[in-house]
Design a protein. Structure first.
Length: 372
């Protein structure tokens, strides 16, 4: 009876491991959706007027490019953005209010919120809210077209984006117009609120090349926020559980190989081992993408590895040092969940296999003693 209890416990731990593996992969997906984007931090934040000036210059570059004129750099698909905390938003029709996190953006909203293409740059009345804000202000997720008040200004909800942070996102063109006509700006400091820029990375262009092109175009020094490093570390942790299973299965096949006396048996075990290795390599080939910046021109170039290590240490320090917005907290939470769930999943699966294997070994020894 004890044997079945151990096997049941092993099966339960294995199921928990598979569930944690699923949670790890799901959390990693939230980090990985912006793989084609590059995120930069502005050490010297922009004012709303500065952000609109960049947008106007970018539009002029795009017009020249469309007319067939030669342009040095750009145009860029970008979103300049920043955040203010503790903004009070309300729905006067339902007498509801919310202490919201206010996101200001100038550019393409789909670079901040996946699949979201509104409000457009010229939209002077649109806004975005997340799911928590929709429930708090409108009582449901069906909030598109509803009116939201911030300060003395009314906005129409254009879309509801995923999230449970209580976010209200406004295009800076509307805020700038409010400031211009002297209306209430709710006591916000409009001079330095934009401290991030998200750029769409063209295929074949590295993040460093994109950074240089942006700086050359707008003389705006930026620092790279290395989300690719978070994706890489998180992806490794998400793969720990399947890798652990593959390694344990290969070890099991090796033990069977050593226990075979017949040549046919050894050949069968060797073939199964090679098939497992090929399948593992094929799996990793599809799942693992190594950025070009991690590949040296010569593997013996030791200065490359030293320089790469220093850059990654600086990148981690920057990620820890910068003030975090709600969007950053979302990415960081997903990163930590990916790592924690991935490691726990691997531990659970290894423990489950060890429990089942030890019980089987004890059973084989007992059979041998009874037979003797």
């Amino acid at each position: 009876m004890k044997k079945y209890k151990i096997y049941s416990m092993s099966a339960g731990i294995a199921l928990l491991g598979f569930f944690l593996c699923y949670l790890s992969a799901a959390a990693w997906g939230s980090i990985a959706w912006g793989r084609g984007n590059a995120l930069f931090y502005l050490e010297s934040p922009l004012s709303v007027e500065g952000a609109l000036s960049v947008a106007a210059q970018n539009k002029e570059i795009a017009n020249r490019a469309n007319q067939g004129q030669e342009v040095q750099e750009g145009p860029f698909q970008f979103c300049l953005w920043g955040q203010e905390e503790d903004a009070v938003a309300s729905n006067e029709n339902l007498s509801r209010s919310l202490q919201a996190s206010l996101i200001f953006f100038c550019g393409s909203p789909e670079l901040l919120f996946e699949g979201c293409r509104v409000p457009l740059m010229g939209d002077s009345q649109g806004c975005l809210i997340d799911e928590k804000a929709a429930w708090e202000l409108c009582g449901s997720l069906q909030a598109v077209g509803k009116e939201v008040t911030f300060g003395n200004n009314k906005f129409l909800v254009r879309d509801v984006v995923p999230g449970q942070k209580g976010v209200l996102a406004l295009p800076v063109s509307r805020i700038f117009q409010v400031k211009d006509v002297g209306q209430d700006d709710a006591g916000m400091d409009m001079d330095a609120i934009i401290n991030r820029v998200t750029l769409k990375k063209p295929a074949g262009q590295s993040i460093q090349e994109l950074e240089a092109a942006w700086v050359n175009s707008y003389q705006m020094p930026v620092e790279v926020l290395d989300l690719e490093l978070l994706r890489g570390v998180g992806g490794f942790c998400a793969l720990l559980a399947p890798l652990a299973l593959c390694v344990l299965f290969c070890a099991y096949l090796f033990c069977l190989y050593r226990g075979q006396d017949a040549v046919a048996g050894k050949a069968a075990m060797a073939g199964a081992f090679l098939a497992m290795a090929v399948l593992l390599l094929a799996f990793l080939k599809d799942k693992v993408k190594i950025p070009d910046e991690y590949i040296p021109t010569r593997w013996s170039e030791f200065s490359f590895w030293e320089s790469l290590w220093e850059r990654k240490v600086d990148a981690v320090e920057l990620l820890l040092r910068i003030p975090k917005s709600n969007l950053d907290n979302g990415w960081m939470d997903c990163f930590f969940h990916t790592c924690a769930y991935g490691v726990l999943a691997a531990v659970c699966l290894v423990v489950a296999v060890i429990l089942a294997g030890s019980q089987r070994t004890r059973g084989d020894k007992k059979k041998g003693q009874d037979g003797a």
